[in-house]
Design a protein around this ligand. Structure first.
Ligand code: CIR
Length: 257
């Protein structure tokens, strides 16, 4: 059974063309198209049976659709992060309001800085990217949060040419990781992980969301798609070009709980 049953999402702001964009492009150029792509994303989650709660957007926060960065969820509890980018801290109030009736919430404390895009739940482990947005203090606070629930934390250094762990990797199914080799070394992932390496030029295609045998993927990454279909998965590509232009991937647009 997929772990992806309920999710929050947040609409694309009218100001999305001012989103922070450093890695995948120079910023969104067509906000209406970004909104259409977001609508298709939300419809796709619903198609896979996810109960989706839509939170109001806020034009004061161009990046506010990327809800994933604001909280990390573990077994009915949520740990609110301290955003790794100062302009994004104010996005959290609405995320907190949307989740506080659903989850028991607590907060990280300074000097922790974390974006949820650096966290992959992987069986009984949380893989945590140590990046320009997420520091080791935050990894330790996440460890303190998940250890009582029976999980461990595995830290992974993220090279400076990538935003988050999930900008360059995902776990489309239990035990499986999809990632480009060049961003990682042989010790990056846990020993028991089966890693499918995708070509470097398809790094964006490494971000996926799995629903058992069905996998939501970004359109336009044929080698990543083939690697998944060769393993018997059904892939469901959606257009992400304008979301990508704001450095966002599929996972960034939702928090599953
Ligand atoms: C940022 O730079 O913070 C946003 N423009 C993109 C955040 C993407 N979030 C994610 O990968 N989890």
């Amino acid at each position: 059974m997929s772990e992806h049953k309920r999710a929050i999402v947040r609409g694309v702001a009218d100001t999305f063309d001012q989103a922070v964009a450093v890695y995948f492009g120079t910023g969104p150029s067509d906000v209406d198209e970004a909104k259409r792509q977001h609508d298709t994303y939300v419809a796709s989650l619903r198609k896979f049976g996810v109960e989706v709660k839509e939170l109001p957007t806020d034009n004061d926060y161009p990046d506010c659709c990327f809800v994933e960065d604001q909280v990390v969820v573990c077994d009915g509890k949520g740990l609110l992060t301290i955003s790794g980018h100062d302009t994004r801290k104010g996005e959290q109030d609405v995320v907190k309001a949307g989740l506080e009736s659903e989850l028991e919430l607590s907060r990280m404390t300074q000097p922790a800085r974390m974006d949820g895009g650096d966290v992959i739940k992987f069986g009984d482990k949380y893989l945590v990217g140590i990046s320009t947005r997420t520091n080791r203090e935050a990894a330790q606070q996440l460890r303190d949060f998940v250890t009582p629930m029976g999980y461990t934390v595995h830290e992974i250094p993220i090279p400076s040419n990538a935003l988050h762990l999930k900008s360059i990797a995902s776990s489309p199914a239990p035990g499986l990781i999809l990632a480009p080799r060049v961003y990682f070394d042989e010790n990056s992932f846990p020993e028991d992980a089966e890693v499918i390496w995708v070509p470097e030029e398809e790094v964006y295609g490494a971000n996926t969301i799995g629903f058992d045998k069905d996998i939501l993927v970004a359109d336009g990454y044929p080698n990543a798609h083939k690697a998944l279909t060769d393993r018997g998965f059904n892939i469901h590509p959606i257009e992400m070009s304008q979301i990508r232009a704001g450095d966002g991937s599929l996972t960034c647009l939702s928090v599953f709980y």
